[in-house]
Design a protein around this ligand. Structure first.
Ligand code: ADP
Length: 523
């Protein structure tokens, strides 16, 4: 087993954590290039460089394509159509036609198709997970966890389809009755990120489709294959043509396609998960047609460890929260605040646990816990955060260096301060920066001192403190003595600039419903 943690620094002196392992590449590129393309997977032989619109596998109108690569090896996995605004307009028209009949289906019919879709995803779970690992790089174990999470949304919304209840409101006059109907909003445009190539699609699309809407999805350019795999399984499950459409789009064409979705009068809802900058741009574009939007944008999650905490539970929690998917999740701990009385002990145990638990390598290798970052842009950004922190007085405890290709070694920095880039901006990578605090008040003020408010975490065994801090944290998601909290059943979304609306649970389907007040008179 490879054990790769990169250089390690104790007391500001650079020492090598393990000479032998540090000089090994994270894995052997040669051996891993065999038998690796998704085309060789039994489940996905059909993935033939096409997008999926109106129940058909199609090319871009102009025939252009772009390549999808494995971030662990740089290997080209395949090509997909590079669609533009014009291709997207055709997909929207198709979705509009399909919506007219899909919304007329009974909830039970929609539910049955979605349950078949759920079952097919479960049957092909292993291949779907491999596909995620190949295009995203995350370890197979994390991909399997994403599959359970993602398929969980299909199952949940198959059931929720049957629970879209309206209301009867007590009347204000004997001759009339007051009712509220809930009806599907229409065609929904969805733009998804690369960090959960499967689950960010099911979390949105399953809710919309269950509600009776049709969807046009633009997956991230790094990870379109998982989206296409979902289309094949939806088709096998009997989802009618045009209800689920995926347009594959390069980074260059993303603005054109985004604008087309946001400005189309046929699209009634825009759902986006990604960076705050792009989210704000889509919001302003959606204003022209007064669209309903759901946005899950950047995070800058505080992770508070109080002296009253179970230290071992906090260390395990921070490892899971920070290093899951190499720190590339919107809810990853971004600023780890530890109370001064346990600060040194916490940092020492954190470092030990990183040595014990984290293994960098190809995600398909058994035992790997840390895959590559998604691309070189991400590697450069992470490295600049580490250099900035060190320059401003942080202590490098573990990692702090680039590996081969898109790899960056898991990094632990202590003596981080609020002014450093890694505490001000969303890291989205495997850097854990630990800050120090004295009092509960100080911790809460620092935790809330950001324009973001997606997730927050606290570790404490003092029940009064747990309630006080939970209620004061300005975040849409709070983990108390837990480092990994998202699941299909709950509302997920952010406060402040972290977003609008909620996905997940019974709240998620509400996004895709319109209320209609009906006054029935003359009774
Ligand atoms: P990241 O930098 O992590 O890729 P982004 O917010 O840029 O995060 O990307 C999230 C999704 O938004 C991806 O599907 C990407 O292609 C898409 N995207 C990026 N820029 C635009 C844009 N100007 N308009 C519409 N979609 C965009």
């Amino acid at each position: 087993m490879l054990k790769v943690l990169g250089p390690c620094v104790h007391s500001n002196k650079l020492t090598v954590y393990s000479q032998k392992v540090f000089h090994s590449p994270p894995f052997n590129l040669q051996t891993h290039q065999q038998n690796r393309t998704y085309k060789q997977m039994d489940s996905f032989k059909w993935l033939l460089n096409k997008a999926y619109v109106n129940g058909k596998w199609i090319s871009a109108e102009n025939g252009k394509t772009f390549e999808v690569t494995n971030p662990a090896t740089g290997e080209v996995l395949g090509s997909v159509p590079d669609m533009n605004g014009s291709d997207t307009e055709s997909a929207i028209k198709t979705a509009y036609v399909a919506f007219q009949s899909w919304k007329e289906r009974t909830a039970k019919e929609r539910s049955e198709i979605m349950l078949r879709w759920t079952n097919l995803c479960n049957v092909h779970k292993e291949d779907l997970a491999k596909l995620i690992t190949m295009e995203n790089g995350k370890p197979l174990k994390d991909s399997m966890a994403e599959l359970s999470y993602g398929v969980g949304f299909l199952e949940l919304y198959a059931e929720e389809a049957k629970r879209v209840y309206g209301d009867i409101i007590p009347t204000n006059a004997k001759s009339r009755r007051l009712l509220v109907l809930k009806q599907p909003i229409g065609v929904c445009g969805m733009i998804t990120p690369w960090n959960f190539p499967h689950a960010m699609i099911t979390r949105k699309a399953a809710a919309a489709i269950a509600a009776g809407c049709s969807v046009v999805i633009k997956p991230a350019e790094d990870t379109p294959l998982s989206a296409l795999a979902l289309c094949q399984l939806a088709e096998e499950a009997g989802l009618p043509a045009g209800v689920l459409n995926v347009v594959t789009v390069s980074r260059d064409n993303a603005p054109d396609v985004g604008r087309t979705l946001c400005e189309s009068p046929l699209v009634q809802h825009i759902s986006f998960t990604g960076s705050s900058a792009v989210g704000k741009c889509l919001l302003s574009q959606s204003a022209s047609t007064v669209k309903k939007t759901a946005m899950e944008l950047g995070g800058n999650a505080p992770f508070l460890v109080f002296e009253s905490a179970d230290l071992e539970a906090a260390v395990k929690g921070v490892i899971a929260c920070k290093f899951r998917c190499s720190g590339q999740t919107c809810v990853s701990a971004n600023r780890i605040y530890v109370q001064e009385g346990i600060y040194d002990k916490f940092v020492a145990r954190f470092a030990e646990e990183m040595d014990n638990e984290l293994r960098t390598g190809d995600g398909l290798q058994p035992g790997t816990t840390q895959g590559p970052l998604i691309n070189q842009r991400a590697v450069q950004k992470i490295d600049s955060f580490v250099q900035d922190a060190i320059q401003h007085g942080a202590r490098l405890v573990r990692g702090g260096s680039k590996g081969q290709g898109n790899f960056y070694y898991p990094t632990l920095l202590s003596e981080v301060t609020s002014q450093m880039m890694c505490a001000r901006e969303e890291i989205f990578g495997p850097i854990a920066g630990v800050l120090r605090f004295k009092t509960e008040d100080e911790a809460v003020i620092m935790a809330n001192d950001t324009q973001w408010g997606l997730a927050g975490y606290l570790f404490s065994r003092d029940l009064s403190q747990i309630w006080r801090v939970t209620e004061r944290l300005e975040a849409g998601i709070v983990g108390v003595n837990e480092g990994v909290v998202p699941c299909p059943e709950v509302p997920l979304g952010g406060w402040k600039e972290s977003g609008l609306g909620r996905e997940g649970g019974r709240y998620g389907i509400e996004e895709f419903l319109e209320l209609k007040y009906v006054c029935m008179g003359g009774l």
